[in-house]
Design a protein around this ligand. Structure first.
Ligand code: MRU
Length: 339
């Protein structure tokens, strides 16, 4: 058997950041090099790299590039350059809290290491990346324990290796359960409008040889009604202190369907996705994206160019619909106290 390939969307090569261009998957695997934080910000905005933890890791690399690019000769000058980069990177995507978490971490490291910022910044960066992979593997082990034998698992969007530093959150749980021989089938929502399910999750499952079938998003209800889904597991972009969870648009409707059909609905996410400062989900900022994403499928126009569009990229699933939140520190259930 060919060993499973280690997929990572973001890595460091000598003095530059490398990203696997996720806009082109599954038809092309193109790696792009970045030397300027401004270009990293643009890559995050345009979904070259996406998925909450991967956005955080890429932004952290962006700060390291800013430190590398800086011509400042004093610490205050370097600090000003890092602040500018950090603000620019923070302005790219508002919902995934991992972005802000990673930027804060990087700034704290620079502040604490006034004498050797660049070296320490780089070391911290690699630590953030490695910690994300380790967290995903731990999450996979905790989550796999919740998966019954011969499970038919439905997932939405891409919460896989491509959305993290490697391995994945929701897909990490599926990977770990598959390794234990428990996965009969993964139902993959295609995830309109950007198709992260069909383009990215299905690609990862093909690479791993995990049995799956792709479905249009609208199929989930009838599959559950026919008793063909044993559990749902998704990732998260931000989890409020009470467990309300923002994730890719369409997640909330799946959670409602799952409750109606008595199917357990799980969320898998690292602790860096929990935002203890937000008491509940209504405070989570929801990104609205370009109308063009809805008016077309790929490059093919499917709507009149003048039709007004509402295109929220995320929705919020109330904690009461979530059976459990799987993290690297264990499985949490309502009432949530993340410690
Ligand atoms: O718009 P995207 O592709 O960045 O949205 C990604 C998601 O919603 C993922 O489910 C979430 O970030 C979790 S990834 C481990």
């Amino acid at each position: 058997m060919t060993p499973a390939r280690f997929i990572s969307p973001v890595w460091w090569a000598r003095d530059r950041l490398m990203l696997l261009d996720q806009r082109l998957l599954p038809t092309q695997e193109i790696e792009r090099a970045y030397r300027r934080w401004e270009d990293v910000a643009e890559a995050i905005r345009t979904l070259v790299v996406r998925g909450a933890p991967a956005i955080g890791v890429a932004a952290a690399f962006g700060v390291a590039l800013a430190a590398q690019e800086s011509r400042a000769t004093t610490f205050d000058g370097l600090w000003a350059d890092l602040e500018t980069a950090s603000k620019g990177l923070a302005a790219t995507r508002p919902t995934a809290v991992n972005l802000f978490w990673a930027l804060e971490r990087m700034k704290r490291v620079a502040l604490a290491a006034r004498d050797l910022p660049l070296e320490r910044v780089r070391a911290r960066l690699l630590a953030i990346r490695d910690a994300d992979i380790a967290a995903n593997q731990a999450m996979g082990a905790h989550g796999a324990a919740l998966v019954p034998a011969n499970a038919r698992i439905l997932t939405h969007c891409n919460a896989g290796a491509l959305a993290t530093a490697g391995y994945g959150t929701a897909l990490g749980v599926i990977r770990a359960a598959h390794a234990q021989g428990k996965v009969a089938q993964v139902w993959v929502d295609e995830t309109r409008p950007v198709m992260q399910g069909s383009r990215l999750t299905a690609w990862e499952l093909v690479c791993e040889g995990i049995p799956h079938r792709l479905i249009a998003d609208v199929v989930a209800a009838s599959l559950m009604a026919r008793g063909e889904v044993d559990l749902v597991v998704t990732g998260a972009d931000r989890i409020a202190a009470n467990g309300d969870t923002a994730n890719k648009i369409g997640t909330y409707s799946l959670a409602v369907l799952a409750r109606h059909h008595r199917v357990p609905f799980y969320v898998a996410a690292p602790f860096s996705t929990i935002d203890p400062a937000l008491p509940s989900g209504e405070h989570i900022p929801i990104e609205e994206r370009d109308a063009a994403e809805v008016r077309r499928v790929g490059s093919h126009e499917t709507a009149p160019p003048d039709s007004p569009v509402f295109n929220p990229a995320f929705d919020v699933t109330p904690a009461r619909l979530i059976a459990a939140i799987i993290t690297e520190r264990g499985v949490f259930r309502s009432p949530y106290r993340f410690e």
